[in-house]
Ligand binder design. Structure first.
Ligand SMILES: NC(=O)N[C@@H](CC(=O)O)C(=O)O
Ligand SMILES: [Zn+2]
Ligand SMILES: [Zn+2]
Length: 432
């Protein structure tokens, strides 16, 4: 028996009249009007926007090691509800994902849960310690076929090691994603270095800590003939460096988080550590530059940096609190609030930054595909006119550290479809 699904009354990319899609065995087989199929599961889009399923290049699921804060299962649920069909789980777990045993385990667990493809990110260095390269080749050759490597949480700051990592990655055809933070410039730093941190008495994390590594890595990538991806770009200066590097033909790509687009360091006045994140919330001028860069394509895509933390690791002294924010269930809405509009992105642009570019950057052949007959049915239905109020306790994540709590945001994910199977519908997760 073939598995069929009818997605009715949706507007692909928010363009033109509403259509219906018939999906058979995970592939779009027909697009038309008044399609009907007897006894087939039906998702009613109510005239909403149909987009390719979102791809997150930067997620922290805390399994193994901190299953009290997020598991592959709860993180997958948050992802499906947020419209994602693929996420990349960072390697800074405990133990670190620096071997094929670990990366293959993460992949297998994600497939067992079945809500979203959980692609493991392998560590660049053993134990994220920044001294010895991990076995990138073994991870790339494993069942999970690791496509991206990162020491995220930490910077690969030794330039010789970074150079070697880029050279190996280039040979293997995989991507290195850099958490750009020169550690000598951020010793003790907990907030963006600027007037707000000075007034509040918080040790400053200068823009130059990020920008110096972005510049260095662009040059290393150039000379290695390799690709490099910059995680969570946070400053106007990084935007200028990316613009320069791309103009030289350097194979550099970058992501920005929803929180760096919407929030600035004025949020720190309350000393609520929900606003503590790496890189730190910057100034409103940085937010403006990041938004424009995303619209212009200088920044390629949006990645959530979904970083769940336990209550006790957040509700403490600002200096002691762990950095990181939830992001999977709010990303689409924050993008709608910050960059969607007449001078910004249309829904085709949203498809580009949330799905097509990330899939391209990492090389996922079955994600970020056009909405067309013969293509895999990895899809997200969005209600562009919805408004909803974020409630930290109503999120699927095991943790509640969202800075968007109580905010009313536009646009909402109505349904998510992974290879023709509905994984989320009207705010409810659909397990197999
Ligand atoms: N973004 C954060 O503030 N925290 C991340 C690590 C990281 O992305 O650097 C985490 O793992 O908690
Ligand atoms: Zn990081
Ligand atoms: Zn991260």
């Amino acid at each position: 028996m073939s598995e069929q699904l009818l997605i009715a009354d949706v507007r692909p990319y928010g363009e033109g009249d509403a259509v219906d899609l018939l999906v058979v065995d995970g592939v779009i087989t027909e697009i038309g009007t008044d399609l009907s199929a007897d006894g087939v599961e039906r998702v009613d889009g109510h005239g909403g926007v149909l987009l390719p399923g979102f791809v997150d290049l930067h997620t922290h699921l805390r399994e193994p090691g901190r299953e009290d804060t997020e598991t592959i299962e709860t993180g997958s649920a948050a992802a499906a509800l947020g419209g994602y069909t693929a996420v990349f789980a960072m390697a800074n777990t405990d133990p670190v994902a620096d071997s094929a045993v670990l990366t293959d385990h993460v992949w297998a667990r994600g497939q067992k849960v079945g809500l979203v493809d959980v692609h493991p990110v392998g560590a660049v260095t053993v134990g994220l310690e920044g001294t010895h390269l991990a076995e990138l080749g073994a991870m790339a050759d494993g069942v999970a076929q690791v496509k991206m490597f990162s020491d995220d949480g930490k910077c690969v700051h030794d330039p010789l090691l970074m150079r070697r990592a880029l050279e190996y990655a280039s040979g293997l055809g995989v991507l290195i994603a850099q958490h750009a933070e020169e550690p000598r410039l951020t010793v003790g730093a907990i907030a963006h270095e600027g007037p707000t941190a000075a007034r509040l008495g918080l040790a400053g994390w200068p823009r130059s800590a990020e920008e110096s590594i972005v510049a260095r890595d662009a040059i290393l990538a150039r000379d290695a003939g390799a690709r490099v991806h910059i995680c969570h770009a946070s400053t106007a200066g990084t935007v200028e460096l990316l613009r320069w590097a791309k103009a030289q033909g350097i194979a550099i790509t970058a992501e920005v988080t929803p929180h760096h687009l919407l929030l600035d360091d004025s949020r720190l006045q309350t000393y609520d550590a929900v606003n503590k994140v790496n890189p730190p919330l910057r100034e409103s001028s940085d937010c403006v530059a990041l938004r424009q860069a995303l619209v212009d394509g200088v920044i390629d895509c949006v990645a959530t940096d979904h970083a769940p933390h336990a209550e006790q690791d957040k509700c403490c002294e600002f200096a002691q609190a762990r950095p990181g924010m939830l992001g999977l269930q709010t990303a689409l809405s924050v993008i709608a609030a910050t960059v969607v509009g007449p001078d910004g992105l249309d829904w085709r642009g949203v498809a580009r930054v949330l799905s097509e570019r990330p899939a391209e950057i990492v090389g996922l052949p079955d994600q970020g595909r056009p909405i067309a007959v013969g293509e895999p049915a990895n899809l997200t239905v969005v209600d562009p006119d919805a408004e909803w109020t974020v409630s930290r306790s109503a999120l699927a994540s095991l943790s509640a550290n969202t800075p968007f709590d109580t905010m009313t945001l536009p646009a909402r994910v109505v349904a998510t479809v992974l290879r023709g199977r509905v994984t989320a519908l009207d705010g409810q997760v659909r397990y197999r």
